[in-house]
Design a protein around this ligand. Sequence first.
Ligand code: FMN
Length: 191
Amino acid sequence: MTDPISELRADRQRAGELADPHAGLCTLATVDEHGAPHVRTLVLRDLHDRLALFLNATSPKQRQLNSGQAAICVYLASLQRQYRLSCNIEPIAVQIVQDSWQMRPDAPKRMDWYYVQGRVQSSNVTDRQTLLGELDAMNLTTPLAAPPEAVGYWLNPHFVERLDLAQDNGVHDRVAWSLDDRRWTQTTLVP
Ligand SMILES: Cc1cc2nc3c(=O)[nH]c(=O)nc-3n(C[C@H](O)[C@H](O)[C@H](O)COP(=O)(O)O)c2cc1C
């Protein structure tokens, strides 16, 4: 039985080699407390052989992830393949987040502190000049460590679906995998 996460990993690797700009990305979908859906692009990390997301806990999506569930979509245009994953999520240990955070470029590091000391992520600010001025005025001790609000989540997929458009006869190939008792069961779906 094929393992869909290995398939996804191999396809992302292949897409990366083909310079697919989406090879490292996903679209994360969440639902807010009013039942309204939200989507946004995130970097989809492959860390310690697991899928992971990193974000700032001041952001609206953090509250939406408190449900413990998330869905992501990965479209690899270079391969004409779409993956959709339904996942339970699990917080990543602080030390792993800290180590990973150190590899971030300087600006995102400063932004993570700005969300804590300035304005929370996704809130309103008068204009970009105000934002840049406030960022500049922040007094940060070096070397910088990640604030506790820099968090990460492991994605534990329990349902994966792949749609493959690259079929000679034009009929798309669509398969799904469900995790049951730690074993994946594969089925074919009508595309
Ligand atoms: C290519 C790309 C990669 C991104 N990667 C991340 C990421 O890894 N983590 C993150 O929190 N936001 C990332 N963002 C920004 C999010 O899409 C989003 O604007 C931000 O997290 C605020 O989302 P929210 O208001 O839904 O909480 C990325 C955006 C783009 C375009």
